[in-house]
Design a protein around this ligand. Structure first.
Ligand code: FMN
Length: 137
């Protein structure tokens, strides 16, 4: 899937990447069952493929076989893409459901409350320990 919300930092003395995922993302299911995942960053020329990954769910489509990117694997066997310019491999550390009460600004509370209106549309904060990074030069 395509994700835009998130960042990098340190958590429990580990370098981590964090992202915000809707709780019904098929990708999140795969991350939680495997315990590992990768994040791939692409050059501009692959924008259409990134949008494709972000507008089709792997749950009800053959997204991966219709994708015009080359699936590759990290040495540990996790899935990535050859076209990626930056690849980050993570071990899942924490996945926490956020609630309106967690926020101190009304605008944020309203945003999170709205996301609870449809079932499974609420968000989770997902933290992964950064295990490896590959940068194409
Ligand atoms: C530019 C862009 C950014 C996105 N960012 C996020 C995000 O941060 N969190 C999220 O849960 N979904 C995000 N999405 C939506 C998912 O990528 C989309 O729902 C995808 O189809 C989920 O695939 P899956 O069901 O196979 O996991 C984004 C989509 C696009 C196009």
């Amino acid at each position: 899937m395509t994700g835009s919300g998130g960042g990098f930092g340190t958590l429990i003395k580990k370098p981590v990447a964090w992202c915000v995922l809707r709780s019904d993302r098929y990708t999140l299911e795969l991350m939680e069952s495997s315990g590992f995942y990768t994040m791939s960053y692409f050059p501009e020329e692959y924008r259409d493929q990134v949008i494709y990954l972000g507008t089709n769910s792997g749950r009800d489509s053959k997204k991966m076989s219709e994708l015009k990117l080359t699936v590759a694997r990290t040495p540990s066997g996790n899935i990535s893409f050859e076209e990626s310019g930056l690849l980050i491999e993570c071990r899942l550390v924490q996945s926490s459901t956020i609630t309106p009460a967690d926020f101190f600004e009304q605008r944020a509370k309203d945003y999170v409350r709205e996301s609870y209106e449809s079932e499974h549309a609420y968000r989770k904060y997902v933290f992964g320990e950064i295990l490896d990074i590959w940068l194409k030069r």
